[in-house]
Design a protein around this ligand. Structure first.
Ligand code: ADE
Length: 251
């Protein structure tokens, strides 16, 4: 899977994503991350890509031209790669996500959808945002990572690349990926412990040392339920609603 990040700060995104699990996935060729510098398409020798807003108001806005040209460059790169692979025939419309607090709140199920794409374009705004006309022309999804305002779309883009790439086959070890497929789906994860068995007087719960798999499973499920009810009552309510029948049988 290939991520194309359109940004004014390519080093910021590449620096982060080249580390840890995403870094390893890049090394192994399981994902590709390309950061396209919108400033390279400024069309003036000063590299200016922003200007004042029509109608007045504070702050500067990114101009449509450089964003559009950077997007065309991304499309050309995708076409070249597909041509090389000999898959150019069915050119599918590429998904372009614009990072904005005005977007749809990002959820795990969205990462699952994105992970099905071969190419994903992530557009990062800066200053007061981007001229509306180019957004209308190229954006397919408006995505927010929460109800707060950041200085730019780079951190949100990195989060989406991270959450999506861990769903790409091979990126996580088989042990890790199993977690999401388990029947704990929709609940928060249970507490976990490693060595030492006792830390500053606090012991690892007895059941986890018992080797009794059924009891361990049961304990973890109860912990997941309790934790979700306490910390995320919104998710708990949905879980109870969806699993009503199973829960009644358990009683
Ligand atoms: N850009 C600035 N703030 C953002 C947010 N909360 N989500 C996505 N993109 C953003």
């Amino acid at each position: 899977m290939y991520f194309h990040i359109m940004t004014l700060f390519p080093e910021m995104v590449l620096g982060g994503l080249n580390e840890s699990i995403t870094g390893k996935a890049i090394e192994k060729g399981l994902i590709g991350v390309d950061a396209v510098n919108i400033r390279d398409f400024a069309g003036n020798r000063y590299g200016h890509v922003d200007d004042y807003t029509y109608g007045g108001g504070a702050g500067m806005l990114m101009q449509p031209g450089p964003v559009y040209d950077a997007y065309q460059h991304v499309l050309a790169q995708i076409a070249v790669r597909k041509e090389k692979k000999g898959t150019s025939a069915q050119a599918k419309k590429v998904r372009v996500l614009y990072m904005t607090p005005q977007g749809q709140p990002f959820k795990q199920c969205m990462a699952e959808e994105y992970a099905k794409e071969e190419d994903l374009v992530l557009l990062c705004g800066h200053y007061e945002g981007i001229d509306e006309r180019v957004l209308e022309m190229i954006v397919t999804d408006y995505v927010s990572i929460g109800d707060f305002v950041l200085t730019g779309g780079e951190l949100p883009a990195m989060m989406i690349v991270d959450a999506t790439s861990r769903l790409v086959p091979g990126v996580l070890g088989s042990d890790e990926s199993a977690v999401y497929e388990s029947f704990y789906d929709g609940l928060l994860e249970y507490p976990q412990y490693t060595r030492p068995e006792e830390f500053m007087g606090k012991k690892v719960p007895e059941v986890l040392l018992s080797g009794h798999h059924k009891n361990i499973e049961e304990w973890r499920y109860e912990q997941s339920m309790q934790r979700t009810q306490e910390r995320r009552p919104d998710l708990y309510e949905i879980y109870v609603e969806v699993h009503r029948e199973e829960l009644e049988k358990r009683r």
